[in-house]
Design a protein around this ligand. Structure first.
Ligand code: HEC
Length: 121
């Protein structure tokens, strides 16, 4: 029985280690919807990490939607003027990412950033 408990413990530690080792460490993912300050959203601090984690697997060279890359500020800016970006992350037009809506903190940050003028800040 002790051996069993010990092995179970080792397996548990191993599982939690593999899960954290590829974890994308940004504030929104760590704190979820509770800590979501949209008062002044920054492209570099807030938006780029969200896009890098959720969008560029497709929206970059080699990805399935490589013709509309989202790697840089200028890339992203093309989709903020007509609110295409906001509609898509909110699911008002075809949802992005297609696999499912992001957490509400990410959605609010992108929406707020566009509403604040989509600044390169
Ligand atoms: C699994 C792949 C995939 C992921 C991940 C993904 N997209 Fe897309 N995206 C697509 C495809 C495919 C299209 C083209 C079909 C369409 O317009 O719905 C597209 C189209 C778009 C367009 C319109 C492009 C144009 O030229 O009109 C925008 C804007 C967009 N996505 C934003 C995003 C954002 C923002 C994210 C991350 C939050 C994201 N996408 C994540 C596959 C993806």
């Amino acid at each position: 029985m002790r051996h069993f408990i010990f092995s179970a413990f080792v397996i548990l530690v191993a599982i939690s280690f593999t899960q954290t080792s590829c974890y994308y460490d940004n504030e929104q993912d760590l704190y979820g919807t509770g800590n979501c300050d949209t008062s002044l959203v920054s492209y570099n601090t807030d938006i780029k990490p969200i896009i890098d984690a959720n969008c560029i697997s497709c929206h970059a060279p080699g990805g399935e939607e490589e013709n509309s890359p989202l790697l840089t500020y200028d890339d992203l800016k093309k989709y903020t003027g007509n609110n295409d970006m906001v509609d898509r992350v909110n699911g008002t037009s075809s949802l992005m990412p297609p696999s499912g809506k992001m957490n509400s903190c990410n959605v609010s940050l992108i929406t707020a950033w566009v509403n604040q003028g989509a600044l390169n800040n």
